[in-house]
Ligand binder design. Structure first.
Ligand code: ATP
Length: 354
């Protein structure tokens, strides 16, 4: 087990694509860390550079305090699950899972027992004699996960480990993976583009954009106080309302409405500032009656979220969304008023949280 540290890590691919731009990051020993970001932001490149499958073009990678920047993958003592699983087609599930143990010369009985134990926890126990070609994509993915988890390593690296599971299995595997990681205490870095998965599983996470890390924090920190408008727009199953506005004396003018300055921004904004007002749809109180400090407009869309509804108001030509509890939902065309929670709203200036 070991901490992972990146110092000024850069990767420029031949042709000039700057996939990683001078990243600094410390992942303490035993942490479950998520790399989150949109397609092409550099998540896979970062994971592969930690594993040694890509060579850094600048900066360094340390694992357990040891500089491994020039070390071959085999010498780094990390185990990685690839997006394409990399299973051996001619081996059955048991042998695939036990393969790294065979390389380490673990006795046959012991490695088969270990393979069976991990496989059982991933719900693969009835498939042990099958070959990868006889498994579904989701089952293959679990075999690849089991192979890594049966291995003793200083760190585990997972590239989209749950992407091929159906929605229900994905939720189960998420819980399982988190529990197993806790028990094993092995430093784990996993890549995902699913913000809900990162929020649910990670101890801490980094949100990436175009080769840069835009925020590092616990899921609660990143959800409640996104450091910039990029992260604010990326995190949350219903995206945060990000509304252009300005400071007018001691109030804000947003979409033609007058709002109080949020608690977090008090004393941090000045008259005349151009701002972006951020508030999650979940942090709005919706009412059919006019209310002070409300964003008021006409109901444009009502979407069913199950136990609640997502209501989109057209406020002077700007879409504003609010989550409305079951039973309280308006009809399209109604007048509606959404009051942001003052203790939850945020203000961004020049893209950064004030
Ligand atoms: P996804 O979620 O789609 O897998 P990602 O965040 O993992 O994306 P990377 O695969 O790390 O992104 O790619 C980062 C950038 O580097 C992209 O612009 C990609 O096109 C580029 N890139 C990746 N591999 C290579 C390569 N071998 N040669 C040149 N450019 C590459």
């Amino acid at each position: 087990m070991a901490a992972i540290e990146l110092r000024g890590l850069s990767k420029v691919y031949p042709g000039g694509v700057r996939a990683l731009d001078a990243l600094d990051l410390v992942i303490p020993d035993g942490e479950f860390f998520a790399l989150l970001g949109p397609s092409g932001c550099g998540k896979t490149t970062l994971l592969r550079t930690i594993a040694g499958l890509e060579s850094a073009t600048g900066g360094s990678v340390l694992i357990g305090g040891r500089d491994v920047t020039g070390t071959q993958p085999g010498g780094r003592d990390v185990a990685m699950v690839f997006q394409d699983y990399a299973l051996f087609p001619h081996m059955d599930v048991t042998d695939n899972i036990a393969y790294p143990l065979r390389i380490k010369k673990v006795a046959k009985g012991a490695r088969r027992a270990k393979a069976a134990e991990v496989a059982a926890r991933l719900g693969l126990d009835h498939l042990m004699d099958r070959r990868p070609g006889q498994l579904s994509g989701g089952q293959q993915q679990r075999v690849a996960l089991a192979r890594v988890m049966a291995t003793q390593a200083q760190a585990y690296l997972f590239d989209e480990p749950l992407s091929n599971l159906d929605a229900r299995l994905r939720l189960e595997a998420r819980t399982f993976l988190k529990k197993l990681q806790r028990e094993l205490g092995v430093t784990t870095v996993f890549v995902t583009h699913d913000q809900a998965e990162a929020l649910a599983m990670a101890d801490r996470m980094a949100v990436m954009e175009a080769g840069h890390i835009r925020q590092i924090g616990t899921p609660a920190e990143v959800f409640q106080r996104p450091a910039n408008t990029f992260v604010a727009g990326f995190i949350g199953s219903t995206p945060m309302n990000l509304l252009d506005g300005s400071v007018r004396g001691d109030t804000l003018e947003v979409a033609g409405c007058k709002l109080p300055v949020p608690a977090a921004a008090e004393g941090r904004v000045s008259d005349g500032d151009t701002i972006v007002y951020g508030v999650r749809p979940e942090y709005m109180t919706y009412s059919a009656e006019p209310a002070e400090g409300a964003l008021s407009g006409k109901v444009a869309i009502v979407e069913n979220l199950g136990a609640s509804h997502l209501v989109t108001l057209d406020v002077a030509g700007v879409n504003v969304q609010a989550v409305v509890p079951e039973g309280g939902e308006p009809a399209v065309g109604d007048e509606g008023h959404a009051v942001p929670r003052r203790d939850r709203a945020l203000v961004y200036r020049d893209g950064a949280l004030v």
